[in-house]
Design a protein around this ligand. Structure first.
Ligand SMILES: NC(=O)c1ccc[n+]([C@@H]2O[C@H](COP(=O)([O-])OP(=O)(O)OC[C@H]3O[C@@H](n4cnc5c(N)ncnc54)[C@H](OP(=O)(O)O)[C@@H]3O)[C@@H](O)[C@H]2O)c1
Length: 277
């Protein structure tokens, strides 16, 4: 068992509820793979106890934590410092504790870009416009990451247009809000809504206007092969599933807490998938 500082390191995920989170399985896999002396725990915390719980983790010597629904905005508010991407997203999913201070970042956008690069080799954000369906917390982080990576134009389409307009206002730059997806010159189509998720209504969209080089990405990962992705593949388009984003967004936190940069590979995907199916 390797210890990097002579003592076991601790991290976890705060959510309410938290039993659905795949993060303990994912980080547990990496801890075992690298033979590290540490633990990553599910931490069910009610919203009204969130701040007290985080301060207790700092006192207990935790290295940090992930934050999931419904705590991402509260986490942003209590950080001593946040990264630029977290500031633009207005939310935090990864906390790092050092010398009693709490730093926060948002890694969903990073995870999304890494996943598209992995599953659609050769794709670059600068290839052309991206159309994003949805305007929730995950879309905020992904939209900021796409702009930072050089995407020339973002088109946001959401059931509640005011939420998309707020993102466009907060991000600035080449972001438009549309009432219907304009796919004819899109290099990337992203589903950032919960439509298509098991138990939710399907996402109804006609992919025929997309150009042949377009990539279609779904943030939904249950089921892994959504109807959107199946339709994209049937049209000969490259399709990127939501599991890659889930795995890659976890990398920066693991490295910050446990001191080792972990990899996403087929063995990890299969291990996490066993739990999803
Ligand atoms: N793969 C990953 O690692 C990862 C990470 C984070 C999130 N996700 C997935 O990303 C999706 C969004 O997550 P989030 O955290 O951003 O959630 P959120 O903040 O609750 O946003 C949900 C989005 O879905 C839209 N929506 C929900 N029901 C709809 C319906 N019946 N018709 C049309 N639009 C509908 C909402 O539109 P309104 O604004 O009109 O309500 C909103 O844009 C979820 O599927 C989540 O599982 C995946």
């Amino acid at each position: 068992m390797r210890t990097l500082s002579g003592k076991a390191r601790l991290a976890g995920v705060l959510g309410w509820p938290v039993s659905h989170s795949r993060s303990p399985r994912l980080h547990g896999f990496w801890l075992a793979r690298h033979g590290l002396d540490g633990a990553y725990l599910p931490l069910p915390v009610r919203p009204e106890r969130f701040e007290a719980a985080v301060r207790s983790l700092v006192d207990l010597g935790f290295a940090g934590a992930n934050v999931t629904i419904p705590h991402k905005e509260a986490a942003f508010a209590l950080c001593d410092e946040v990264t630029e991407v977290a500031r633009r997203a207005g939310s935090v999913n990864t906390l790092v504790f050092r010398d009693g201070r709490i730093s926060g970042t948002s890694t969903d956008g990073f995870g999304f870009l890494e996943s598209v690069r992995e599953q659609a080799p050769g794709w670059q954000a600068s290839n052309g416009p991206a159309v994003i369906l949805g305007a929730g917390g995950a879309v905020r982080s992904v939209a900021a990451a796409l702009l930072d990576a050089g995407c020339p134009r973002l088109i946001l389409v959401n059931r509640t247009p005011a939420r998309a307009e707020a993102i466009a206002r907060d991000l600035g730059g080449p972001v438009e809000v549309a009432t219907a997806p304009r796919l004819a010159d899109a290099a990337l189509l992203v589903n950032g809504t919960s439509l298509g998720m098991a138990g939710e209504p399907p996402l109804e969209i006609d992919l025929s206007p997309l150009p042949p080089h377009a990539v279609v990405a779904d943030m939904v990962y249950v089921p892994l092969e959504t109807r959107l992705l199946a339709a994209a593949r049937a049209r000969g388009l490259r399709a990127v599933d939501g599991l890659g984003m889930l795995l890659h967004q976890a990398r920066p936190g693991f490295e910050a807490w446990f001191g080792v940069a972990p990899n996403v590979d087929a063995e990890l995907r299969a291990f996490v998938l066993q739990d999803l199916q």
